[in-house]
Ligand binder design. Sequence first.
Ligand code: SF4
Ligand code: SF4
Length: 330
Amino acid sequence: MDGYFNLYSFCHPVKGCKRAVVCDLLRNIIQPIPLVLYDFLEKGQGKSAIDQQKLTSEEKNAIDTYISFLYHHEFGYITQLPIPDNPDNSYPEFQEKDTITNAIIDFSSDSTHSLEQIVPQLEDLGCKALEIRYYYQLPFRAFEHALKITTASSLEKVECYIEASDEFSLDKLISLKNSHPKLSKITLSNASDNVIYKHNDLIVINTTEQIRNETKCGVSGELYCIADSQLFWESKHFNNCLYKKIAIDKDGYIRNCPSMKECFGHITNTPLCSVIEKPSFKKYWNITKDEIDDCSVCELRYVCQDCRAYTIETSNPYSKPLKCRYNPKE
Ligand code: SF4
Ligand code: SF4
């Protein structure tokens, strides 16, 4: 193949200490590549450039084979002149003007807080995405009522966790989606099988896992990575889980997420707008994957959700997520 190979602007190479990947943010593909190829892709160089380097013939052949693979699988294109600095590969400014963009509200069967009380406050803060996690078998009518509140709000996306029951059939959930289009994902825990359904813009996940409290959250690793544009760019600049997040745990306490130790008051007597003014509330917002132990040398760091609640060293804010079993150094 003659000429210079360049990745498309939506394909981004990421280098780890042992491996590298190309993240295709348009087709949501994470493609492993050898480390030796990374520099050429990153700089927009191609076969002609490779020939000039002091590489072994084996390395040159490996690069040639991978470039051919990437070309034929539409990760890039060939030009006859080199493109020294591809402007599309420059980092876009990541900006969210709203104060809070996403929230979690947890409920147990004993909870005393309500969506009626919290959703208007989230709207005032500019929140767009809400995750509601019910750690018990919620009656279907109560679920419909919850969705009515979110549908009437300025929220744009709603995801829910509920314990499975006969009432939550796939047909009923699909029909619910028609009247509540903001509902994007439902996870049914303690289900009889492990299966994922996709119907238009609704994802229904059945899992046999029992989710009775917040401690099941925070699982990360190579199996959970997603080549998503928002996640990719947010990961480069901010903490990709806690940035602009607020949460109310099942007991009504306000936190960065329901699993974090720090508490910023109770929803009955603390307005959410007063919490976000506290500098300590934003303590984790700017911790990026590039600063976290092990993640900083992991090729998956921009496509992997972080967790600051469950970490290997509890007193170290930059410690690796505890529930990740992937070792980028191996
Ligand atoms: S910090 Fe961890 S436990 Fe908290 S929401 Fe994020 S992934 Fe879940
Ligand atoms: S080491 Fe970090 S970035 Fe890599 S898979 Fe684990 S949690 Fe994700």
